[in-house]
Ligand binder design. Structure first.
Ligand code: WT7
Length: 635
């Protein structure tokens, strides 16, 4: 197991060590894992000509570190506790031994379908144990999983399958979400009409709903698993071989396939899991995210299972059947650490005080949040009512690209402050720069958050597009990884994340590129141009505000047109990307070089009155008109 920091002086000591000698620091942690062969070199890196390699030449398999390494001590201990959407349905539990058997069997199924080391497998699945089993089975045989959140549209799924050139897709007939049944296989069927690289679609029977069956492509999971050989030897990989691709939004164009590699990601998720949440053997850890996002990859599956933890996986949503669902789960499974998002907390606050009034959750020791800045009100509510004033909150800042938590308190070790992610974890060297790239030293400064030294969990590339990786993170400030976030460091040296500085919006902790949404809006036959910005939203953190220029608007059909634009976006991307507000405008404020001045549009959407300098616009008169239109919008 990785070393655990337990005191503030211990943290300061480790941090210092990690900066003075980063390679020695991480090599010590890497030693605690199981390697077939030790690495040739701890670290090779260059942030100017971006390239990062950790533990190159080291040979391993991450699933051997989850299973073979843990079985002797914990074979009969629970690994996953699965809580269904409907609380009346039976829970499913897997010990490490049981999970290992399922993973190996499914690894053999994948092999039978021709999947080999380096091949890509797309997963479009509900939150059921088979999702974890499938991803670990990929890892077992060295296949690269690409999980696509099951809320994405057929078009978005197809785009991701095509980009990764996936060979096999795994899905379910359907999924449950509160009262709703999601017909997942239909979405996959539609996507597959455009995906020539897919030879097999393996389908878990979850809802028993009717499905269209395509002979020769579709296979039932249970048929394939039936009588399958229970042993699948681990494929021995290099530390720098890919583990998975996870698509996320950037400030421009189509989603990018963030690539993580085996060795560094393994060490980083295990280390951050153990330390941030102060996990002790036998604790029950509950991360309420979906495995379709990086939080679920790192803190439902890989981090916890590497550390031999008991991980709760929840299929449903916090308000079904009622707003007490999380507390019921925490009570039922005696959860010790609970990890969720500020949006979930705000949506529960909105459900009313009665759901937390007498809630008594004595098993809880640590609370965590992730995905977006947490406002002080939500922080206090979480702290006082859920944590009963005694559980530390770890506000964990990180990104899909960072692989694991970067800036966060260590529970009970680093004192917390509401709305502050607090201090960098050992091995993480943040640097704040101004817009010209000048280093802002000392305390009480505000600027752009960069990281100046590599850490093992960082993304190595974008799938098939290293150039875009370089442009996305290393082109803004020479020799630094730029996170895209604004940050403030206060008098105590504590970090407060201010939100994205680029054209990315964070809606309920989901990351969306404004360009992506604009492209979807512009597909509408009556739309000629659009500009999308985020605006403050009481529950979602940020909402989506779209300024739309139409070629014509049919008389008295404004609302209808807005609806059809919204439906279009849901179909092209996902309901998550559906604009909250659409304002029809006659033009967009543009600079002389033809660039849309989003700064002004953001201000108008936020109902701010200080628009700054508009003298460089070619069409300053449009601003007044847009402001007027904004005032008239019905909320
Ligand atoms: C962006 C990354 C990391 C898993 C979920 C999101 C924002 C993330 C925090 C936090 C303030 C946060 C940042 C970041 N963010 N955590 N604790 N406080 N902002 O992953 O989709 O890759 O988004 O989420 O803006 O850049 P992601």
């Amino acid at each position: 197991m990785v070393p655990k920091i337990t005191t503030l002086s211990g943290y300061l000591h480790e941090y210092q060590k990690s900066v003075a000698n980063p390679t020695g620091f991480w090599a010590n942690i890497a030693e605690t894992f199981y390697w077939h062969k030790k690495w040739d070199k701890i670290l090779e890196w260059d942030f100017h000509n971006p390239k990062v390699e950790w533990f190159k030449g080291g040979k391993l398999n991450i699933t051997e570190n989850i299973f073979e390494r843990n079985l002797f001590l914990r074979g009969e201990q629970k690994a996953i506790i699965w809580e269904p959407n409907d609380p009346n349905e039976a829970i499913r539990e897997f010990t490490y031994n049981e999970l290992f058997v399922e993973v190996q069997k499914f690894a053999n199924v994948l092999k039978k379908h021709g999947v080999r080391k380096g091949d890509r497998v797309a997963l479009y699945m509900p939150m059921i144990p088979e999702l974890s089993i499938a991803m670990l089975a990929c890892a077992r045989i060295g296949a690269i999983h690409s999980i696509v959140f099951a809320g994405f549209s057929a078009k978005a799924l197809a785009e991701r399958i095509i980009d990764a050139e996936a060979k096999v897709v795994i899905t379910a007939d359907g999924g449950y979400r509160a009262h709703k049944v999601l017909r997942l296989k239909d979405v996959v069927d539609e996507a597959l009409t455009q995906c020539p690289t897919i030879s097999s679609n393996i389908v878990v029977k979850r809802t028993g709903g009717e499905v269209v069956w395509n002979e020769g492509v579709d296979y039932w999971w249970h048929d394939e698993m039936e009588g399958m050989e229970e042993v699948a030897p681990a494929e021995i990989l290099d530390a720098e071989d890919p583990l998975f691709i996870l698509y996320t939004s950037g400030s421009t164009g189509r989603p990018k396939g963030v690539l993580h590699t085996v060795g560094g990601y393994m060490i980083y998720t295990a280390y951050t899991f153990r330390n941030v949440f102060q996990y002790s053997s036998g604790d029950v850890f509950f991360c309420a995210a979906d495995i379709g996002w990086i939080t679920g990859h790192s803190y439902i599956v890989y981090g916890p299972l590497l550390e031999g933890a008991i991980s709760v996986m929840f299929e449903g949503i916090p308000t079904y059947p009622d707003a007490g669902r999380y507390w019921d789960i925490i009570r039922k499974h005696e959860v010790n650490q609970f990890y969720t998002s500020p949006t979930a907390i705000r949506s529960l606050i909105a459900e009313g005080q009665e759901w937390v009034q007498d809630v008594n959750l004595p098993s809880l020791r640590v609370l965590g949040t992730v995905g977006e800045p947490i406002n002080e009100e939500a922080w206090h509510w979480y702290h006082d009512h859920v944590g009963d004033n005694r559980c530390p909150i770890v506000d964990t800042w990180w990104q899909t690209e960072t692989g694991g938590i970067m800036i966060s308190a260590i529970a009970g070790v680093i004192p917390t402050k509401p709305a502050f992610a607090s201090l960098p974890l050992p091995g993480i060297q943040p640097l704040i720069v101004d817009s010209e790239g000048n280093k802002l030293c000392g305390k009480g400064v505000q600027g752009n958050l960069c990281i100046k030294f590599p850490w093992p969990g960082m993304a190595r590339s974008h799938w098939g597009d290293h150039k875009r990786y370089v442009e996305s993170y290393f082109s803004q400030y020479k020799g630094l990884y730029f996170t895209g976030d604004g940050v403030k460091r206060d008098e105590d040296g504590y970090y407060r994340i201010l939100g994205r500085m680029d054209d990315v919006i964070n809606v309920s902790g989901h990351r969306l590129g404004t360009a992506e949404i604009e492209n979807a809006i512009n597909e509408h036959p009556l739309v000629s141009e659009s500009a999308v910005v985020g605006f403050p939203h009481a529950i979602k953190g940020q909402g989506i505000y779209a300024y739309v220029v139409c070629t014509s608007i049919p008389k008295n059909a404004e609302e209808e047109l807005k609806n059809s634009i919204k439906i279009g976006v849901s179909k092209m991307i996902s309901p998550i990307a559906r604009p909250d507000q659409i304002q029809f405008v006659n033009g967009l404020p543009k600079t002389r070089s033809g660039k849309i001045m989003r700064r002004i549009l953001k201000k108008i959407a936020a109902k701010s009155t200080d628009y700054g300098d508009i003298s460089t616009l070619t069409n300053p008169e449009i601003v007044e008109e847009i402001i007027e239109g904004n005032h008239k919008l019905i909320k």
